[in-house]
Design a protein around this ligand. Sequence first.
Ligand code: PMM
Length: 274
Amino acid sequence: MGVLNVTPDSFSDGGLYAGTDAAVAHGIAIRNDGADLVDVGGESTRPGAERVDARTEISRVVPVISALTAAGVPTSIDTTRSEVAAAALEAGAVLVNDVSGGLADPDMAPLVARAGCPYVIMHWRGPSRDMNALARYDDVVAEVAAELAQRVEAALAAGVAAERIIIDPGLGFAKDATHNWALTRRLDVLLGMGHPVLFAASRKSYLGRLLAGPDGIPRPAPERDAATLATSVLAVAAGVWGVRVHEVRATRDALEVWRASGAPRLVKPSVGTP
Ligand code: PMM
């Protein structure tokens, strides 16, 4: 899954593809680089971000999704709002990627159920504005798994088919670096929940802090791709269904190397609770 943020303020690529033409050209480029899906988002989820209204979000994403669909590029819609998801599906998007896992909008799961499309349920504890304060866990792996299981139950109750549900640990969303690494180490637990797993570490700030120079200044987002690649290889080797990344070509290259090596899967899914 290639990332296409049509926003002025995303932490990783904010402003680069804010205009429709630039966004469409970049979407086609990442498809050509090997993305199976181009994930189009019209609202920044960076920590502390203020929300935009649904009309603004729709006006950013729909023209891009329509143009990419016309160009034969499969897209997903990255939104927490059912209204935006509905407009995006109408314009041709084939999957709904909801970072709130249905918590932000009670109409999202029923909409996805009616559409019959795949649904990414990410682990989320609250809006970006205050998510850092929500990063408190006794056992992050067990709590993320349990809270994701509740969101899966809610989606099933709303009529979403089990085989359409994909789960995502939500790295960086109400999680600090220690939490992100714990979830990466114990992907077997999420893999054991019986749904495909999406892993999205790309350019996140914990990688910037990992790679900070001697002055302690975090590595800037566009210079975190080699670290992202390493996380993607670890995650795919563990058995995830997909990785959501900004740098698609290099990711494909790295995964080809892993595949050609014939290296076995790193972990076996755990069944049941951790
Ligand atoms: N992270 C961001 C946006 N959308 N979607 C899923 N499923 N999982 C994520 O971890 C996720 C996401 C924030 O990162 P960006 O600014 O690079 O898009």
